[in-house]
Design a protein around this ligand. Structure first.
Ligand code: KPL
Length: 310
């Protein structure tokens, strides 16, 4: 049942995280509209939360139907991959109200481009350690309970009002005052792990047993630290990237990284927004990043072998 006191959330990006949030919003009695690329067979999402199987009915609309209908969007959760975000947002921009709340949960650093496209919206960025995967287009498994850290892109405090409008009963959501720093830290980890799991075709933890991969991880760590110096970052904010990545691959040893999953499902990866983002920063600062460039080239070579399945 929809609770009339609760706002409607539109969700752009019906992948694993989008489906997870859509289901938990619905289970919390929010009205949810899932925005999809094309018409899907079913309006039900089957959620396996580790204890219970839920069959959750969710209203769906295609991007084209949404644009045509011109329905106003006051609350939008974006969980598309970074590379698809701007084109999708450009399409639905006429529907997004000027002062809408936009929560973006994705890897990479697309927030600046989103805020430029929609300058007046309240942009909130989320970084999640929830593990979720889809077993088919209508079924999602919440495999690992993590934390979603949310912070306003302009580093203002998250309001209690926004927090109350999220599915807190089901997800661990924590506000953060400096989300940009958190994004950089997450980006650093993703730069050290994701590409290597693709190149060596392995789970996160398997990298530990591949001496060549560990050498490359160390070289990436050194290069990224130099870049952060060139960017005038306070290095005390960043633990040694190599040590941090070692911890992450140990705690997520059995996970297949998101980039590994993309390649295996023949989807374009977020490489341009991860290692590619640092390569571009390095280029702007005259601080070349050959180690990161090599990762970008290797991943793109694999992507070139298939059509994007997104
Ligand atoms: O965030 C991740 C990802 O796969 O994108 C890591 C931290 C590498 C965990 O798998």
């Amino acid at each position: 049942m929809n609770d009339p006191q609760k706002p409607t959330w539109y969700i752009l990006g019906p992948g694993a995280i989008g489906s997870l949030w859509a289901s938990y919003f619905r289970l919390s009695n929010f009205h949810v509209v899932l925005v999809t690329q094309s018409v899907r067979d079913s309006n039900t999402i089957f959620l396996d939360d580790g204890y219970t199987q839920h069959a959750v009915d969710i209203e769906q609309i295609t991007l084209a139907q949404l644009v045509e209908s011109k329905q106003p969007i006051y609350n939008l959760l974006v969980t598309t991959k970074a590379q698809h975000t701007i084109s999708a947002l450009k399409l639905i921009k006429p529907c997004v109200t000027e002062d809408a709340t936009l929560l973006v949960i994705q890897n990479g650093m697309a927030a600046k481009d989103i805020q430029s496209l929609l300058p007046k919206v309240q942009l909130t960025v989320g970084i999640t350690t929830d593990g979720a995967y889809r077993t088919d287009s209508c079924s999602v498994v919440h495999a690992g309970k993590g934390v979603t850290t949310i912070g306003n892109y302009k580093n203002t405090a998250i309001s209690d009002e926004l927090l109350a409008q999220l599915p807190n009963n089901y997800l661990h959501i924590e506000p953060c005052d400096n989300i940009e720093l958190r994004q950089w830290k997450k980006l650093t980890i993703n730069c050290l792990i994701n590409g290597l799991t693709v190149i060596y075709d392995c789970k996160n933890g398997d990298l530990l047993g591949i001496p060549r991969a560990m050498e490359e991880m160390n070289a990436l760590s050194i290069e990224i630290t130099q870049l952060y110096q060139a960017l005038n970052f306070n290095l005390q904010d960043f633990e040694n990237p190599y040590q941090q990545a070692l911890r992450t691959i140990t705690t997520t040893a059995n996970n297949y990284s998101s980039m590994y999953q993309d390649i295996h499902q023949h989807r374009k990866t977020e490489i341009d927004y991860i290692n590619g983002y640092l390569v571009e920063k390095g280029r702007q600062l005259n601080s070349p990043c050959p180690e990161n460039s090599r990762i970008v080239k290797a991943v793109k070579a694999l992507e070139a072998a298939f059509q994007d399945n997104e």
